[in-house]
Write a protein that binds this ligand. Sequence first.
Ligand SMILES: Nc1ccn([C@@H]2O[C@H](COP(=O)(O)OP(=O)(O)OP(=O)(O)O)[C@@H](O)[C@H]2O)c(=O)n1
Ligand SMILES: C[C@](O)(CO)[C@H](O)COP(=O)(O)O
Length: 247
Amino acid sequence: MSEPVVAIIVAAGLGTRFGGQTPKQFLRLTGRAVVTVAVEAMAAGGCTHVVVVINEKASEHWSDSGSPIPVFTTFGGSSRQESVRKGIEFVHDHPELRGARVVLIHDAVRPMVPAHVVHSVVKAVDEGAAAVAPYVPVTDTIRRVREDGHGSEVLDRSQLRSIQTPQGFPLDVIVRAHREMADRDVPFTDDVSCVEALGHEVVLVEGSRLAMKITEPTDLTVAKALWKVRRTIGHHSGRRVFRLGRR
Ligand SMILES: Nc1ccn([C@@H]2O[C@H](COP(=O)(O)OP(=O)(O)OP(=O)(O)O)[C@@H](O)[C@H]2O)c(=O)n1
Ligand SMILES: C[C@](O)(CO)[C@H](O)COP(=O)(O)O
């Protein structure tokens, strides 16, 4: 039997920026929950198993029925970093998962990531990378506000990238990185940064605008609209739609 490729989907957030009673990852994206669509995206990209990290307080919203690959569930923590750590420890301790060759960490709230992006991340880890993240170019002009509160300065956006998930790692590397950063109490907003702090290089692969993060209510409206046309993206004759799919 070949080694598992495990995706850890973090879904333990409470969605304070989104608001509402039900955490955003359990809202519907045309018929199915956002997190369920994220599970399907991991399967479509070549993952063999998924661990969904949920919040104990919101567990009544979660159901894994109908998944194309085996799904395990564990409880998360009070920050994304802590939830990732708990997911990684679950994989590390699980007899069926601990032989994983590649581990991906994915936000439940990026449900529409295309299979080719997931596949590129898995491939880059398979080929020896210690930390892999998909990116899209920054298209807004970006300014940094000065710390003293007086004014701001423009940054050179040609050197900036917007980082997405899934991010990929060999299991031993991501376990070591998260344990060490938790011991040192160093916070990170993503997982490649955590591994980079151990001295590893971060490899970037091309991501997709479809892997947008649902953070605020408007994002879900946009996601629903994109979901309806996603099959045409990349095959459509219209240039705008084509570009959206590729970048
Ligand atoms: N304690 C947490 C916090 C976040 N997440 C997950 O990390 C991903 C990205 O987080 P974010 O978009 O910030 O979600 P929330 O924390 O739910 O949102 P907010 O910051 O607005 O409260 C989401 O899939 C979220 O469920 C998690 O598993 N555990
Ligand atoms: C991991 C991430 O999605 C990469 O862009 C992002 O850092 C998560 O940020 P959030 O504030 O926890 O949503």
